[in-house]
Design a protein around this ligand. Sequence first.
Ligand code: FES
Ligand code: FES
Length: 199
Amino acid sequence: MVDREHVQMLPKPPVSKWQAEVNGLKSEILVESNAILLDVLRDKVGTLGVKRGCDMGTCGCCSVLVDGEPRLSCLMLAEEARGRSITTVEGLADGHHLHPIQTCFAEAGGSQCGFCTPGFLVVCSALLEENPEPNKNEIKDAIEGNLCRCTGYQQIVEAVEMAAEIKRSDESPSNLTTPSSDPHPVGPDEPSLPPGDAR
Ligand code: FES
Ligand code: FES
């Protein structure tokens, strides 16, 4: 049998060490110079909450925050995010405390099949950071790049309005120590619980 030499059509892209902070944790991995951020996050970092919808910049399912700004990870080279802070849907909750936008999506029916939800959640969380009291038009503008086939959007807009209200009351000086957005504020492994009192 003839041993054929495999000739590559394109030279392999160089591989280098890539690092970024993903959901508050330092991530250091080897990536190819042309790697797409979506692939790196899903396949190497393991943040599977970042969804691949269209893979061409039209659905918003792959949205993540890069230094707090919503970005489509399917259209971004990992190289562009090198050394930056990346937040995926997994990074929105604060320990046991869900982000108000997560609670309100569940309560208002803003999530049905759920495939689009991670993208909406990160985009809406960024909106609430920037604008604590968005009106309906501002909410619609913020989510215009995110497609949902299930909800009809009305429940999503309502969820953002509810979350904005909760966030404002959580951040009011009289309420800073009791996160009211989480229906189960004490988790089973909360260190403040006496032994044997895990719920
Ligand atoms: S997967 Fe990125 S916009 Fe659709
Ligand atoms: S909840 Fe199904 S696509 Fe949005």
